[in-house]
Design a protein. Structure first.
Length: 239
């Protein structure tokens, strides 16, 4: 690991929306490739990286349910959306010579490996980027919760949440010009102030396992590596 990196093994959580770039829907190949380059930079400096991605760019279970779909069916459709994003990211990473393994919480062996914790550990130790697909495999759980779960199982030193905003603010910075970014928050602050960093289940899991959550903007090139060094604008949630 490069000396100036604060963490040896991390989980990168990205929302599906990040992967659609400027589009309203789906995948923007240029953005997926850019994110892959950022991950490559971290991997080449010796950090072990695993990834959990959402599916809001393809299908959002909660919205499906709001429109009258059965919630469990809508959530399973969301999980399939994650598999699409995982394969896109795998393809982008392997095209720039980064070894990856996609592991799905819902077995679909013709497409990727099933999730087996000990095998995932071995892949990471060998420097492969493990992309966890299909969330937790269960309806009613968010991809944030899947990220906290996998980060705990993989003994990650931190969870990095790559979003479209460069941290957590006391108000919506897009709507309120006076909104200020928190540098540091406790898990309890996030829960009691309802700060929407991640849902309460994910925050509780991270807290129980003492995994810090670093929120940063993944929209600009190089920010992931900067965040790993504790540089650039971000908010850190820890004890
Ligand atoms: P090592 O244990 O380090 O050899 O890991 P490995 O992943 O290279 O070994 P393995 O022989 O298990 O896998 C070889 C290739 O097959 C890799 O690209 C895996 O992603 C892929 N693979 C392994 N299991 C499955 C599976 O159940 N489904 C699919 N689709 N691919 C798999």
């Amino acid at each position: 690991m490069a000396e100036n990196h604060k963490f040896k093994r991390v989980l990168l959580k990205m929302s599906g929306e990040v992967l659609m770039g400027e589009q309203q829907f789906g995948l923007d190949p240029a953005t997926v490739n850019r994110v892959a380059e950022d991950i490559k930079e971290a991997v080449e400096s010796g950090v072990e990286v695993c990834v959990v991605v959402g599916a809001g760019n393809i299908f959002r279970g909660v919205s499906g349910a709001a429109q009258g779909m059965d919630r469990t069916t809508a959530d399973y459709m969301g999980m399939l959306g994650i598999v699409i994003n995982a394969l896109a990211l795998q393809n982008a990473l392997e095209s720039i010579e980064i070894q990856t393994r996609v592991m799905s919480a819902i077995p679909m062996s013709a497409i990727c490996e099933p999730y087996i914790r000990r095998k995932a550990m071995r892949h990471m130790q060998k420097g492969r980027v493990v992309i966890f697909a299909a969330g937790t495999g269960n309806p009613y759980f968010t991809t944030d919760t899947a990220a906290a779960l996998r980060a705990s199982e993989m003994n990650c030193d931190a969870m990095l949440k790559g979003t479209k905003v460069d941290g957590v603010y006391n108000a919506d910075p897009k709507k309120d010009k006076t909104a200020t970014r928190y540098d540091r928050l406790s898990y309890m602050d996030v829960l009691t102030k309802d700060l929407k960093v991640m849902d309460a289940t994910a925050i509780s899991l991270a807290r129980e396992n003492s995994i810090p959550i670093l929120v940063f903007s993944i929209l600009e090139k190089g920010n992931f590596d900067k965040a790993l060094k504790g540089e650039g604008p971000h908010t850190i949630v820890s004890d």
